[in-house]
Design a protein around this ligand. Structure first.
Ligand SMILES: [Zn+2]
Length: 256
């Protein structure tokens, strides 16, 4: 079956003398591995279209029951050139690719996830603080996978996250795999991550934002690290097999 689909190139590796194998995150079929014959010979049939991060239109000869499919055409829709000009943006872009590599399913319609990833990468090119985009994207992915964390109100009593929580005795709030608990409902026995009020309210604000509205946002470094750590706890609580992301040193430090 020949199919045409939009895709994001997640990774590419050499294959035999003249070919490449690419992992694509496609809109219609989720994650697919494809072989690009002749991609490394002198004619470089696919040019630079298989560079990681590219948003492409791919034509694939897809064989049922196979792990590897044949790429017959690949046209670039967006190179995301501005990402490679800035290390923080590039790192954020690679973090997104690794996350997609971990959560996307093979051969499963993924248009909702695909649109979030594409919009996230587009926003990264023009944003002031790449980490805000990554946090928003992580929260959106949790949302569409059915694991939206309850951040605007306590998972126990339903009270909204409010300024009064700022003055908690411990100075922290507890995030469990369902959402946050206020200090009154605090459940110390559950697996959880403690976060400062500022971190929890930042995550809530980012959850309620859009990519567009995050363009001008800058997160202070001390809150940023706490937010990454807290959300990483949440992601690993829900998603089996997710590993520390190589492109994110902070996450590696927390996991070790
Ligand atoms: Zn409560």
């Amino acid at each position: 079956m020949i199919v045409k689909t939009e895709a994001i190139v997640l990774r590419t590796m050499k294959y035999r003398d003249s070919s490449k194998i690419a992992t694509l995150f496609t809109r219609e079929y989720g994650k697919l591995s494809v072989v690009a014959k002749g991609a490394r010979d002198r004619t470089r049939r696919f040019g630079s279209s298989l560079d990681a991060l590219n948003h492409v239109q791919a034509v694939i000869y897809k064989k049922d029951g196979r792990d590897l499919h044949l790429l017959s055409q690949c046209d670039v829709l967006n190179h995301f050139d501005d990402l490679s000009k800035d290390l923080d943006r590039l790192t954020a872009g690679m973090t997104i690719l690794e996350l997609v590599q971990a959560v996307a399913r093979v051969e499963e319609e993924s248009s909702a996830m695909f649109d979030i990833v594409r919009e996230g990468l587009e926003t990264l090119e023009h944003t002031r603080d790449p980490s805000a985009v990554v946090l928003h994207l992580e929260l959106k992915l949790l949302d569409i996978m059915g694991f939206r964390p309850q951040l605007s109100s306590c998972s126990g009593c339903g009270a909204s996250l409010k300024v009064a929580d700022r003055g908690t005795i411990q100075g922290v709030l507890r995030l469990t795999p369902g959402g946050y608990f206020c200090t009154i409902c605090d459940r110390k026995e559950t697996e959880s991550s403690l976060a400062r009020f500022e971190v929890m309210s930042l995550l809530r604000d980012i959850q309620e934002s859009t990519f567009q509205s995050l363009r001008e946002v800058i997160i202070s470094p001390s809150i940023r690290e706490g937010a990454k750590r807290t959300l990483w706890f949440y992601l690993t609580s829900h998603i089996d097999g997710i590993k520390p992301l190589k492109s994110d040193k902070v996450v590696l430090a927390v996991a070790s």
